[in-house]
Design a protein around this ligand. Structure first.
Ligand SMILES: [Zn+2]
Ligand SMILES: [Zn+2]
Length: 115
């Protein structure tokens, strides 16, 4: 992991504290001393390095989540509600299309509508 800048560290801590997905805007509201562009840039960097998970919401917005435990998500296309779900890793690894590959981690995002 690259060395974090103090701003980066603060952004990450804020994200960690908020538990669950939040947008750059929401983080910016918690730490208004850091400008929105910097918040975005750091979140992108964290997501590139695999430290946080990024999910695209309807309306071209992104949400980010910091989690120590890998899990999966369902996201509603009409209200953007995100739920954290667990799926048995064994089942995912047994997908025939993955037979040529040895996955380290699998992130599943299931889109649809709330029931
Ligand atoms: Zn919904
Ligand atoms: Zn989650």
């Amino acid at each position: 992991m690259n060395k974090l800048t103090s701003k980066g560290e603060l952004i990450l801590k804020t994200l960690q504290h908020m538990k669950g997905f939040c947008t750059a805007q929401e983080i910016h509201k918690k730490v208004p001393e850091i400008n929105l562009t910097t918040v975005y840039r750091n979140l992108e960097r964290f997501s590139d390095s695999g430290l946080v998970q990024k999910i695209s919401l309807p309306h071209q917005e992104f949400a980010y989540e910091f989690s120590e435990h890998k899990h999966h998500h369902t996201i509603c296309d009409s209200c953007s509600n995100i739920k954290h779900i667990t799926l048995p890793a064994k089942v995912l690894r047994e997908i025939p299309e993955l037979s040529h590959f040895d996955p380290d981690s699998i992130e599943v995002i299931i889109r649809g509508k709330c029931k």
